[in-house]
Design a protein around this ligand. Structure first.
Ligand code: FEO
Length: 394
C-alpha cells in the first residue's frame, strides 16, 4: 500500500492474539506495522511478528519485486517488530542491519545476528538516493533502552516505533484520513497506560527533541498512520506523559460479599451529588486491569475501595496499587474507603498509597467494620461529594 511517494506500508494484522505481551487483552486484534522507503536504495523500517513473515514477505515483494532490501532499520527490538529479522536476513543475505549500539547488541542476543551492520548515533543521516534520506534520533526508554525513531526529511515522515501506537488491527485502511479513528484513541490510552506509562519523563524528553521537526506523517509500529490527526496524537502523548488527568474520576473497588460494593455505590452517589458527571466505576476482578490502568491515567480523581484480607488488603487491589506505583502515576486526587471484619488493614494501605509523592488525599477516608450501615453510607456519600467538588474546582 503506497502512503506517499517513496513510502509504502507493508505491515500485517494479527487477529488471533488474545493478550499482547501475554498480559494485555486485545478485543480487536493488533497491527504490526512495517514500512518501505524506496529511493535508489531500499530501506525496510522494522519487521513484523515472525508468524506473519510469509504475508509480510509477499507485501514487500509486491512493492520492490526482485530488487533487494539494502537496509533494515530497527527502531525497536521488541520481538513483535524484530521477530522477522532472521527471516529477512535469510531472504536478503546482503541486507545491512541499521541500529544504534544497544539495538545491535540486542539483535545479537536475541537472534545471533551475523552479517553487515551499520551503527548509527543521534542525528546520523542515511542517504538512500532518489531524494530520500533517514535521520535517526535516539528515544531511550520509550519504552525500551534501544528505542529510536527515523525521520525521512523529504516527505517529513516520522517512523516512530511504538510511540503514538495503539491496540487494534487495521480494518481495510491504514491512513487516519481514510478510516474512523475514534475507536483507536481509547486503545492508544490503554496502550500507553499499560506499556509506556512508567516512562513519562523519557516521553517528555523525546517530544521536546522531536518538536522542531516538521511532521506530515507519523508512521507508528501499531495502529493507524497519522496525518490529519498528528496534533491530536502528540497532544495525547504530551498530556499522558505529564500525568495530566481530565476532570473526572475513576472509582475502583474490590468486594467479597457486597459490603464494600455498597460503600462504592454511596461514593458514586456522592460524586453525582457533588456535580461530577464524568466518572467510571470498576469492580476488581470483573474488568481487566489494563482498563483500570487506562482510566487511572485518564482521570484526575482516583477513588479506591477494598476490604481487608489476610491482614493486608484485598489481593486484586494490592496488585493494582503495585502496578500504579510502578508506573509512577502522579498528579492525582485520591479517595479511600474500605471494610474489615475483625482487624483493619485495607484503608491503612490505601492511605499509604495516597501519601506517595504526587498524590493528594481528598476527603475523609471511610473505614467500615463488618456489615454495611447508615453511618458508613453517609461517610461514603460525603467522600464522593468532596472529591467531586475538589475535581471541579480545579
Ligand atoms: Fe510494539 Fe514495544 O513493541
Amino acid at each position: 500500500m503506497k502512503l506517499q511517494d517513496h513510502i509504502y506500508y507493508v505491515g500485517v494484522n494479527d487477529r488471533n492474539k488474545v493478550r499482547f505481551e501475554g498480559l494485555w487483552p486485545l478485543t480487536r486484534g493488533m497491527a504490526y506495522n512495517a514500512y518501505l522507503v524506496v529511493g535508489d536504495k531500499v530501506a525496510l523500517i522494522d519487521t513484523v511478528d515472525s508468524r506473519f513473515f510469509p504475508r509480510f514477505a509477499d507485501k514487500v515483494k509486491a512493492v520492490i519485486g526482485d530488487r533487494p532490501i539494502d537496509y533494515l532499520v530497527i527502531n525497536h527490538m521488541e520481538p513483535d517488530h524484530s521477530g522477522s529479522i532472521p527471516l529477512v536476513r535469510a531472504m536478503y543475505p546482503d541486507v545491512c542491519l541499521v541500529g544504534n549500539k544497544k539495538t545491535l547488541q540486542m539483535a545479537e542476543g536475541f537472534y545471533c545476528q551475523a552479517g553487515e551492520t551499520l551503527e548509527v548515533k543521534e542525528g546520523d543521516c542515511l542517504d538512500l538516493g532518489g531524494g530520500c534520506s533517514l535521520t535517526f534520533y535516539m528515544t531511550p526508554m520509550v519504552h525500551w533502552p534501544e528505542t529510536m525513531v527515523s525521520y525521512e526529511t523529504q516527505s517529513a515522515t516520522l517512523f516512530s516505533g511504538d510511540a503514538f501506537g495503539c491496540y487494534g488491527a487495521l480494518n481495510g485502511g491504514v491512513l487516519d484520513r481514510d478510516i474512523d479513528v475514534e475507536p483507536y484513541f481509547p486503545e492508544m490510552l490503554r496502550y500507553y497506560a499499560n506499556i509506556v506509562g512508567k516512562y513519562g519523563q523519557q516521553v517528555q524528553m523525546a517530544l521536546k527533541k522531536l518538536a522542531p521537526l516538521q511532521l506530515r506523517m507519523i508512521c507508528s509500529t501499531h495502529g493507524p498512520v497519522w496525518t490529519e490527526q498528528i496534533s491530536r496524537v502528540v497532544d495525547v502523548y504530551n498530556r499522558l506523559s505529564l500525568y495530566q488527568g481530565e476532570p473526572g474520576a475513576t472509582l475502583i473497588y474490590g468486594t467479597m460479599y457486597g459490603n464494600t460494593a455498597e460503600m462504592a455505590e454511596c461514593v458514586a452517589e456522592g460524586l453525582v451529588q457533588g456535580g461530577l458527571k464524568h466518572f467510571t466505576m470498576h469492580k476488581l476482578g470483573r474488568t481487566d486491569e489494563s482498563y483500570l490502568l487506562a482510566d487511572a491515567f485518564k482521570y484526575k480523581g482516583l477513588i479506591l475501595g477494598a476490604p481487608t484480607y489476610n491482614n493486608g488488603i484485598y489481593p486484586l487491589m494490592e496488585q493494582l496499587l503495585t502496578d500504579l506505583s510502578h508506573r509512577g502515576l502522579k498528579n492525582r486526587l485520591v479517595g479511600c474507603f474500605g471494610s474489615f471484619s475483625w482487624a483493619s488493614q485495607a484503608v491503612k494501605k490505601l492511605q499509604e498509597f495516597a501519601a506517595l509523592p504526587g498524590m493528594e488525599l481528598v476527603g475523609e477516608p471511610v473505614e467500615m467494620k463488618q456489615g454495611f450501615n447508615p453511618e458508613a453510607a453517609r461517610a461514603c456519600r460525603a467522600l464522593g461529594e468532596t472529591m467531586a467538588k475538589r475535581i471541579l474546582e480545579n
